[in-house]
Every structure is written in C-alpha cells, then in structure tokens.
Design a protein around this ligand. Structure first.
Ligand code: CP
Length: 311
C-alpha cells in the first residue's frame, strides 16, 4: 500500500502509486457495498464532520454514507444554519469542531485554497470536497475509478473533456489524475472557457467538437459553472448547446464504445441531451455509486489505513 498522508487536499501532489492505492482500496469497499451487511468497523469511535459551505448533493451525501458505512459518528454542518451567519470565521469554526473531537473534517468551500488553509491550522485530517475552481480530488478519483473499471489501464487512452474547463475544479483535477495514469487529454469548448493557455498543462486544446470526440475512448462533459463566472462567457445556453452540446448527431461521430461521463449536476439539454444522459452509453449514475466506495477508501486511508476494512 502506498499511502502515508493525513490529508487529501488535491490530486496533483499525489503520486501514481498513491492514486492506485485509493482506487484499489475503493475496489474492496465496493465489494462491501454488495454484502447484505454493508458496514465495516474501520472508523469505529472516530468523528467525521461534513463541513459544507457551498451547495452539494452527491459529494455531501456520499461522504455522509461513507462515514456511516465505516461506523464513524458523522456530523453534518450546514453553513446556512450555523454561526457563520453571525460572522464566525472558518478558522474559529473548525477549531470549535475540533474541540468537539472531530478526527476528520471534510470541507467544501467556494474559495480556492480553503482546504490547504485548514490543514495548516488544525490537528484533524482534512479532506477537500471541492474548493472554488481549484480542486475536487474525490471527484477525479471516482472518475478515474469508473474509467478504469470500464476501460482497464488508462495508459495511452484518449480522454476528451468538453465544456467549461476554465472555471472547473473537476477539469483541473481530472487532467492531473489522468496524466499521472498515462492518459492523453483533449480539451474542447468555447474559446472563452477553454483558453489555448491550457496547453501548458500538457493537454491538446481544440474548438472543433468533431475532432475532439471522434477519436475519444472517454468523453467527460462538464457543466457550465454560472456561479463562478463574473459575466457571461458565451451568448446564450441555447448557443452553447447548439455548438458544443452532445446530441444524437454528434454522438454518431463517436466510437461506438466511447464512455459518456458527467460529474453532475447535469444541465439537461445544454451540455448533454436528456436521452443520451439516460442511455446505456452514459455511466453518470455509476460514477455516483463508485463515489461512495472511493470516499470510504479516502476516509479509511487518511485515518491511517488501519482497522478492519474489507477482509
Ligand atoms: N459532482 C459534484 O461535486 O456534485 P455535487 O456538487 O452535487 O456534490
């Protein structure tokens, strides 16, 4: 096992071996999820805090379920109903949670760097559940898990990320993770959301959707992140859908076995037609299922990888 980290803050600082350790550990936890009793006592007696200062459905719920499946006590902290509203700082908030014996704090925040900051001011393990447009490591890990599950070794595989790359922590985290596992990454979308400068990350950038998707083994569609854009980066959602959305005509350009992925939440009819999102080509819900096993693996590993897991 290659893991000696107290925190999970990003993907780019992980080695290929560490990424593979998370994915292999997750495979064991996925088996646990198929048993009649889906719980293991790996985190018994530990306290996990879900500190979400930005909205979430998939990440928050799957971390909560992951902690429960590992037998931890879980506290769900919602910013809207907390003393954040009275002006308490993030640092004071987490110190108070630590005083209540939090062992692992899962943080989602709209500011890039929030998880790194917390890791410097507390003793608890910090897990980044998405910080601004910077990083979303567990999303990348569950995407990598799903890709390897469906396509095997990712060395040399062609992966296209289509959509809002500039404002996407999912894109950045996927690019880093995919490159560490040897995949070739192509980025596509409107020039305002996919600047040529992204080639400096070692990716190919194209504005031609046909070129981007026709040779891809995996196509990962990303949501337009209105909440992070200061002003509109393209004329309209209808225009985006017409030029870059995955519709039936464009699906016909792809390899018959190309995997269609989306991290969610989906803007149906914008980045993907509803019918395709719900089709057999799409693994959107499998990504969510795999996210539970991956998050169990992450909690288990940042806790030291000790205790009964899935033997
Ligand atoms: N993919 C993702 O992070 O979804 P949520 O915002 O619902 O957690």
């Amino acid at each position: 096992m290659s893991w000696n980290r107290k925190h999970l803050l990003d993907i780019y600082s992980l080695s290929k071996e560490e990424i593979l350790t998370v994915l292999d550990t997750a495979r064991g936890f996925k088996q646990v999820g198929r048993r009649s009793i889906k719980k293991v006592p790996a985190l018994r007696g530990k306290t996990v805090v879900n500190l979400f200062v930005e909205p979430s459905t998939r990440t928050r719920v799957s971390f909560e379920l992951a902690a429960q499946r590992l037998n931890a006590d879980i506290i769900n902290f919602t910013a809207e109903a907390s003393s954040f509203k009275k002006g308490e700082t993030l640092k004071d908030t987490i110190r108070n949670l630590e005083a209540l014996t939090a062992d692992i704090v899962i943080i989602r925040h709209s500011s890039a760097g929030a998880a790194h900051f917390l890791s410097r001011v507390v003793e608890s393990s910090i897990v980044n559940a998405g910080d601004g447009a910077h990083s979303h490591p567990t999303q990348a890990l569950l995407d990598l898990y799903t890709m390897r599950d469906k396509k095997g070794d990712l060395e040399g595989k062609e992966v296209t990320i289509l959509g809002d790359i500039l404002f996407s922590r999912v894109a950045r985290s996927n690019i880093w993770g995919l490159q560490k596992l040897g995949a070739k990454v192509t980025l596509c979308g409107p020039p305002t959301l996919v600047p040529k400068s992204l080639e400096s990350m070692g990716c190919k950038v194209t504005y031609d959707v046909r070129e981007a998707i026709s040779n891809a083994d995996i196509i990962n569609l990303l949501r337009i992140q209105h909440e992070r854009q200061q002003h509109s980066m393209f004329p309209s959602l209808g225009e985006y859908s017409k030029l870059f959305g995955l519709n039936r005509e464009r699906l016909a350009w792809t390899k018959p076995d190309a995997l269609i992925m989306h991290p969610g939440p989906i803007n149906r009819g914008v980045e993907i037609e509803s019918e395709i999102a719900d089709s057999e080509r799409s693994v959107v819900l499998e990504q969510v299922t795999n996210g539970l096993a991956v998050r169990m693996a992450v909690l288990f590993l940042v806790n030291g990888g000790k205790g009964e897991s899935f033997e």
